[in-house]
Ligand binder design. Structure first.
Ligand code: ADP
Length: 169
């Protein structure tokens, strides 16, 4: 059984086996969660990301996929990087957003992670509406077959926390 919990605040202050990064496909850093993770996690994370770019992910990490690195100085064993889709009004990309959660949990299972902290993927710079993103995130995690015991959504602001609380039901 996977328990879903909610927390409000900065995901880089969390303690978990794995912390999920809302990365971009370059894997070389960005704003939002990504910037915060690299700032607080230190250079070891970027170093591993660069190695991934030089080996398996020469063209970058595709949208909807996930890959793990060290968590550097974060209070976690791993960072799982996943690339959310940019929200589009004309195209339904929900399958890709769901895939981020599914693939991250698959990677977590491969690693043996039991507690995983997720941000609200795609709801920042990628503009996904919070209600819809929360519903997709929660439905996907509820439906996932995983050995992860706790999935914790870490919502940055009060509004996001309230939306997730409502959608969790
Ligand atoms: P994306 O590019 O996938 O939209 P962002 O990092 O821009 O990713 O935003 C994703 C969500 O994470 C947004 O709701 C944003 O408010 C939130 N966020 C930004 N910084 C942090 C942080 N340090 N911890 C947790 N959530 C954060």
């Amino acid at each position: 059984m996977t328990t879903i919990t909610l927390a409000q605040g900065d995901i880089t202050a969390q303690s978990a086996d794995a912390i999920v990064n809302a990365a971009n496909s370059s894997l070389l850093g960005g704003g939002g969660v990504d910037g915060a993770i690299h700032r607080r996690g230190g250079p070891a994370i970027l170093e591993e990301c660069r190695k991934l770019r030089a080996s398996h992910y020469g063209k970058g990490l595709p949208t909807g996929r996930a890959v793990a690195t060290t968590a550097g100085n974060l209070d976690a064993r791993w960072v799982i990087h996943t690339v959310g889709p940019v929200w589009s009004a004309s195209e339904d990309r929900s399958g890709l957003l769901a895939s981020c959660y599914r693939e991250s949990l698959r990677v977590a299972d491969e690693l043996g992670a039991r507690t995983v902290a997720f941000p609200a993927i795609s709801t920042g710079v990628y503009r996904w509406p919070m209600e819809d993103a929360a519903r997709i995130a929660l439905d996907t995690v509820r439906a996932a077959r995983t050995a992860v015991e706790e999935v914790r959504f870490v919502l940055f602001d009060e509004r996001a926390f309230e939306v997730f609380t409502r959608e969790l039901g």
